[in-house]
Design a protein around this ligand. Structure first.
Ligand SMILES: [Zn+2]
Length: 339
């Protein structure tokens, strides 16, 4: 069963979710302004104007006195060239990160400048925002900045430049909450990484691909861990003996999932349970389907429902769920120490 020379498995993994939150009165007005192609700064008690607006006066800690339009043009105070943009950065071609002080502001904001080449960048140069084709009340409504009065380096649809020049200026009306106020913001969060399994985990995953469940036994205390950790957490010694376990076990504890969430694949309510396979000394979590949620109970005997082999696209999801095994409940003492 062991594959001592097999290389550890490695695969890309991605975790992502949409982070949604309310903006509050200051940032709400700022985003509402962006939707109308207006950039707002906050004026503090000492008259300084902060861009992006500060939710609290940095000096007095009071709410800002008022919000005022700034720019939209500004001056580059300092910059740094980005020769190899990475995924998720503002532009897909080389650009400059710059601290830009918009006209009428006392602070600088960090943004990208699409200048085409580093030789066109200089401290003190004048820049103007390039607006998204359809501003939506998000910070990305400012796609980037570009040299003032110059044609942008990238192609853009005919007509969009005219609309940019018609963007609101200093005399713009400060948008209020009555003008389609933006009150919420959704920010996608994504973490993409390469996960490499340990040698023990890799053997477990390869066996799963063959329809087998492989744990490992501690040579000191004799406990069987599945999935194998590579070492016994009690004795701190390597676990080296593979143990094949049946796909039948006992529900130790469980919860009924009643709360719907984004990306949910099974309609609620359904049961997520801790399942102790026969012969194992540690339970793992899996779904219990195939019966009403209120029929699931501690001590219930369940068996794995394997996906059809032609659906085994990944090695980690070959068991669809567990279902009632139709056996008498396990006695409490058989799983009490796992609660
Ligand atoms: Zn041990």
């Amino acid at each position: 069963m062991t594959e001592p020379t097999a290389a550890p498995l490695s695969a890309p993994l991605e975790i992502s979710f949409d982070y949604t939150r309310s903006l509050g009165p200051v940032l709400g007005q700022f985003m509402t302004g962006l939707a109308q192609r207006t950039i707002l700064g906050s004026r503090s008690a000492d008259g300084r104007v902060y861009v992006p607006p500060a939710e609290y006066d940095p000096v007095t800690f009071s709410p800002p006195a008022d919000l005022v339009p700034v720019g939209p043009a500004g001056t580059v105070l300092t910059w740094s060239w980005e020769p190899e943009p990475r995924e998720g950065q503002p532009l897909g071609r080389p650009f400059a990160w710059a601290l830009i002080r918009l006209d009428g502001a006392d602070t600088a904001m960090l943004h990208a400048v699409d200048a085409g080449s580093a030789t066109r960048m200089s401290t003190g140069m004048r820049v103007q925002p390039r607006w998204a084709a359809s501003p939506a009340g998000h910070i990305t409504d400012i796609e980037c900045f570009e040299p003032a009065g110059a044609e942008p380096a990238g192609a853009e649809p005919a007509g969009s430049r005219a609309s940019r020049q018609a963007a609101p200026r200093q005399d713009a009306v400060v948008p209020g909450p009555e003008n389609d106020a933006v009150t919420m913001i959704t920010t996608p969060v994504r973490l993409h990484y390469q996960h490499s399994a340990s040698a023990e985990e890799s053997r477990y995953l390869r066996a799963l691909r063959e329809g087998k469940l492989i744990g490992q036994r501690c040579p000191a205390c004799g406990k069987v861990y599945i999935p194998p950790r590579g070492a016994c957490p009690v004795d701190g010694v390597p676990t080296t003996t593979d143990v094949e376990l049946p796909d039948v076990g006992t529900v130790t504890t469980f919860c009924v999932v009643n709360v719907p969430f984004q990306g949910q694949r099974i309609p609620s309510p359904y049961v997520a349970a801790q399942i102790l396979l026969d012969g194992a000394d540690i339970a793992f979590q899996h779904l219990v389907l195939g019966c009403e949620p209120d029929e699931v109970r501690m001590g219930m005997r369940v068996r794995a429902v394997w996906k059809p082999p032609d659906e085994w696209g990944t090695t980690s999801e070959n068991i669809s769920h567990f279902e009632p095994a139709g056996e008498p409940d396990a006695p409490y003492d058989s799983y009490a120490r796992h609660l």
